[in-house]
Design a protein around this ligand. Sequence first.
Ligand code: OAD
Length: 244
Amino acid sequence: MVSRKLTEMMREECRICILTGAGISAESGVPTFRGEDGLWKRYRPEELATPDAFARNPELVWEWYRYRRGIIRGVAPNPGHYALAELERRFSAVTLITQNVDGLHRRAGSRHVLELHGNIMQDRCQRCGAVSAAADARNAEPVPRCRCGGLLRPHVVWFGEPLPQQVLADAQAAAEACDIFLAVGTSARVYPAAAFPLLAIRAGAYLVEVNTEETPLSGEANEVLTGKSGDILPMLLAGTGEQR
Ligand code: OAD
């Protein structure tokens, strides 16, 4: 299923940039956002994942994030996450960009992860800006507070908020400099992340999509690998071993 061309291109000196989305964590049991069982079928983004929603009803927003934290605490990385961590060890120039806030890439052993949308297991104070590990266990108030008295919020990017600037700049630079760009388990609908694969092709990279379904990116990709990332990524990795 993985083409010969791709396995031949994947040599130690090639620069690989990977963008992951919710699909890579689906096999771990983390719900995706879009699609039949997607979170946004049951909940409306503007009621839960915006600064306005938090200002209007912080309790409701916290309830939603505690629910998601509960899911994430109970899951483990899957073979897709582990394959990407191994790819980082095997190749000298790998950049892993993720839209996921679940921290599963780091738990699988990836060391250099650009978390575009933040990390759900961290809190940030609205007043003093301090970032800390999720305080649910020691801070059971419906809307937890920082030591300074300010309201705590999840340290994630909400709709309408800017992405962390340095992370964004590093991700763009990696997309433009890579030889191979892998878009894995993302519906490629949320910008600016969705623009990275396009930047990469414009700069001459070979674009590979790994997804269970077609996306707006499929028509642009040089290679579309249809299936679960937990199956395909280990296969891709095995292919890189064969040629040496
Ligand atoms: P989506 O839920 O939009 O898309 C998930 C993609 O994964 C879909 O294209 C599925 O076909 C695919 N998929 C599902 N299971 C898969 C599997 N086992 N293997 C491979 N692919 C699979 O998630 P994202 O693209 O990550 O942002 O969504 C982007 C952003 O929208 C999220 O980061 C979040 C959301 O709103 C914020 O909260 C800011």
